[in-house]
Design a protein around this ligand. Sequence first.
Ligand code: ADP
Ligand code: MG
Length: 351
Amino acid sequence: MLPPGSTVGILGVGQLGRMLASAATKLGFHAAAYGPGAVRSPAGMAAKPFEGDYLDVDAVTTFAKRCDVVTYEFENVPAETAAAVAASGTPLAPNAEALAASQERLREKTLFRDLGIGTVPFWQVDSADDLRTALAEAGPSIAKTRRFGYDGKGQARLTGSEDADAVWRELGEAPLLLEGFASFEREVSLIAARARSGDIAFFDLCENHHEGGILARSMIPAQADDRLVQQARQASKAILERLNYVGVLTVEFFVTKDGLLANEMAPRVHNSGHHTLEACSVSQFEQHIRAVTGWPLRPAATLRPSELLNLIGDQVNGWEKLVAEPGTDLTLYGKAEARPGRKMGHMVRPL
Ligand code: ADP
Ligand code: MG
């Protein structure tokens, strides 16, 4: 167990990093955040900022050496950065294998399949010809770039009759995963944490609604019968144990009439879990910090059913009104510019 006064390093400078940093300082740790723009970033408000590029191995090494453990707030941390942390002698949690498995969609879905976790049918696509063949088999489908996709970016919805060459070009001639289109009833996410001891704690399922590919609203707990909850927990436990995972892991699922299909995972705290700060017995952020510092987890019960609403882009403009609503718990990320699609803050309200 790292003693209070130790330093938790965070790769990434966004709002998730900021909330991780606050949880770390709550427990008596120092928090440090590394990334480009760290000084004037959301994370830089709560952590000691270390300005630097992820691929600047010397700077990453210097940063890691000043920390007692390094974690991350986003899954696109380059492999070189993870390797630099490992070489510095400071532990990285979640480990580099978990990071690699979450940042490449083919590896991720293959892991799910190997663990017996249900997924949509999927095809590896490395050329326009592969895409043509796969499209003919798949019919209605979604093509996704295998790396760097988020908030629905790098994806194309297809009927199966498109011109494969045109789609291949539109998606940047990059390695793709073609997925059969799932007709789901609802989308849910499961946030869980695994401690260094191997203990696992699950939060309740969140029910997630997206608009334009971006999470707009979550309801907690999701309407789900016990069988569904157990199915999700089993899948998450299998992933956590296979990866010898330490920290918070989020798995997104489709609820179909035949049960759950795992869609993707995030090796980190998640947007659908922001309500855990106000409405649960422990927050996802504290749980993550406890895990990566070797502390015991806490039970993760929902104390108050809640809805979580994201403030995207100019939705933040009504903040003066929102901040005065007695029933609304408003969190603002302190980002200077409300660009379209940018997550600016969120609200939690009792349901
Ligand atoms: P990301 O969140 O990284 O952008 P996702 O794989 O979660 O990528 O896709 C974004 C959204 O697109 C999902 O939340 C879901 O609503 C929809 N979607 C993704 N894959 C499928 C699929 N195979 N079938 C139907 N809808 C899908
Ligand atoms: Mg997603």
